[in-house]
Ligand binder design. Structure first.
Ligand code: SAH
Length: 206
């Protein structure tokens, strides 16, 4: 996976590659798809949600340039895989998940794996997590047409935020940098994520 899917496509940050070598992706997927855990595609994690393709997880992480002094906010814990990759490089990762069942599964797995720098909560991540803000880095792992305002507010000056922006059929992975309260946007690549559902995201009845 690291050689053929990541290095071959230009992922070169040693911290990111080390994290991928260390974190065992097969532990984060459902038992019935464990044989495909290292495939070049997203996989179902239950509740209609997916764990992203390894390359996309790596690309998002590399774009964020996470360092060991950074506090990171993740929206969309899902399986906890992205959180663990981030936790290999960051000081602390705060992660918010909408589905209780996914959050508690991820929480117990990450605890079992020995991570003590990841804090998970159940809630609407479009509101951010005011109590621990400002964040040095924010990663949104679900798609939304516009950046939720609370996330921009909770990003530290000089901080970076990565997010798939667009409608339900396709989005543009976008890297945002906040400098002196000015927001710069950079398009990274096309991508497809499940929708971000919440007050500043898509609406739903469930
Ligand atoms: N980062 C995950 C992949 C997540 S898929 C991993 O590594 O496995 C996107 C996740 O975002 C889903 O689990 C979905 O339930 C969650 N989600 C969608 N809207 C959300 C919201 N408003 N707040 C928190 N989580 C949300």
């Amino acid at each position: 996976m690291v050689k053929e899917q990541l290095r071959a496509r230009g992922i070169h940050d040693p911290g990111v590659l080390d994290a991928f070598n260390k974190v065992e992706r097969h532990k984060f997927v459902l038992p019935e798809v464990r044989d495909s855990a290292y495939g070049d595609f997203p996989l179902s994690i239950g509740e209609g949600q997916t764990i992203s393709q390894p390359y996309i997880v790596a690309l998002m992480t590399e774009c964020l340039e996470v360092s060991s002094s950074h506090t990171v906010l993740e929206i969309g814990t899902g399986s906890g895989y992205q959180a663990s990759i981030l936790a290999e490089q960051a000081l602390h990762v705060y992660s918010i998940e909408r589905y209780e069942v996914l959050a508690s599964r991820a929480e117990s797995l990450l605890k079992e794996l020995g991570y003590n720098n990841i804090t998970i909560t159940v809630g609407d991540g479009t509101l951010g997590w005011q109590a621990y803000s400002p964040f040095d880095r924010i990663i949104v792992t679900a798609a939304v047409p516009r950046v939720p305002l609370p996330l921009l507010e909770q990003l530290r000056n000089g901080g970076k935020l990565i997010i798939p922006l667009g409608g339900s059929f396709g989005q543009v992975l976008t890297l945002i940098e906040k400098e002196q309260d000015k927001i710069n946007y950079r398009n990274i690549c096309d991508c497809v994520f499940v929708p971000l559902v919440g007050k500043y995201g898509a609406k739903t009845n469930n």
